[in-house]
Ligand binder design. Structure first.
Ligand code: ATP
Length: 335
């Protein structure tokens, strides 16, 4: 591959790009800030900072939604600006390997990259679960069953891999964002306080799923809806656990459905090796135990699970033997 090769995981809440040139995974919030008349004024972590704080003439939005591109124009502007910031020299002729989520059409991403005007030389796709498997350090090309549960912001992707391919996989529209929403709704119902998504996310990330734990607490600021004034409120881990239980149950149920559909020959490997939990929500305290208890299968966790797919893309770019796991979109038409 040429000097400029990028491995792209276009997540709904954050974009992760591996750059071969700098041998680094760059990760930023996948957000853009748009000002009336001026267009995109900011992107990434800086745009996220403006989220829920910006005046009415500035709209802060996610260009991706449920694993696919919601705003191609802004995603293209973001990608171009992101690559220009993080790379030296020309981007002309760069090569891309893109992680393709289950149920998303590959041409969405080739159209996206081609439309940036970067004159890319080659755009390869790889199934996102296969990239996650490589990122876990597994040899996905072997004839053994591997179960990966990737819980991201908008989606949860549950997949069984074998021989370098996806044997079965299911994408459900449930993840960190729905969990944050459930926390905000419960606080509104129970306490009559309005809280923003960022505050709900803090509660989720800090308190996790710890039913019965009334000792761990977090103070937050919300708006008392009766008085219309901001006020402080203390939330326990037990309250958060109750608020998110239904969301987690739907993830666990989907895992069980996939296990039921798994051929017994591969099921043996999964029981032996365990389920691999990836995606940012794999960091949720107590989720691994919940899944292990419900399935009677051990659950493996890794460091920085949200970067697993990008680490897999890095291996595809660096290790020739994994090139045959990638494929090219039929419609590709290079400039
Ligand atoms: N410590 C934590 N506990 C619980 N959730 C966490 C933690 N850290 C991050 N998350 C959540 O992980 C999610 C982001 O994960 P990830 O980066 O894998 O998603 P994505 O790739 O952007 O989304 P998708 O896979 O849906 O396209 C967010 O909802 C974030 O709040």
């Amino acid at each position: 591959m040429s000097a400029q090769s990028f491995g792209c995981d276009f997540g709904t809440s954050s974009i992760k790009i591996y750059s071969k040139e700098s041998d680094t995974i760059y990760c930023e919030k996948n957000m853009v800030a748009i000002e009336e008349k001026k267009g995109m004024i900011s992107y990434g972590d800086e745009a996220f900072e403006m989220h829920e704080k910006a005046p009415s003439n500035i709209e802060v939005l996610y260009p991706m939604s449920f694993g696919t591109v919601a705003s191609i124009t802004y995603m293209q502007e973001f990608l171009k600006a992101f690559l220009e910031t993080h790379t030296k020299g020309s981007l002309k002729g760069a090569e891309f390997v893109v992680a393709l989520p289950t149920d998303v059409q590959d041409r969405v991403f080739s159209t996206l990259i081609q439309g940036t005007g970067l004159k890319s030389r080659n755009i390869q796709m790889i199934d996102k679960p296969v990239a996650a498997g490589l990122g876990l350090g597994l040899d996905v090309t072997q004839s053994q069953g591997i179960m990966i549960v990737d819980v991201g912001a908008d989606t949860t992707e549950i997949s069984i891999l074998s021989l370098g391919g996806t044997v079965t996989s299911k994408l459900i529209k449930n993840g960190g964002n729905k969990i944050d929403e459930a926390i905000a709704n419960a606080i509104r119902r129970e306490y009559g306080y309005f809280i923003g998504n960022k505050t709900a996310e803090i509660l989720k990330n800090e308190l996790g799923y710890q039913p019965g734990d009334t000792t761990s607490k977090r103070e937050i600021c919300g708006r008392n809806m009766a008085l219309g004034l901001p006020a402080l409120l203390e939330i326990t881990a037990d309250f958060v656990a109750n608020a998110i239980a239904e969301n987690l149950k739907s993830i666990v149920d989907a895992i069980k459905v996939i296990l039921e559909r798994t051929p017994p020959e591969l099921g043996v490997d999964i029981i032996r090796n365990g389920i691999f939990l990836t995606g940012g929500v794999a960091n949720l305290k107590g989720l691994d135990k919940l899944i292990a208890d419900a399935t009677n299968i051990k659950v493996n966790l890794v460091d920085k699970p949200e970067e697993c797919v990008a680490r897999g893309l890095e291996r595809v770019i660096k290790e020739k033997k994994f090139k045959n796991l990638t494929f090219v979109t039929k419609e590709q038409n290079y400039n």
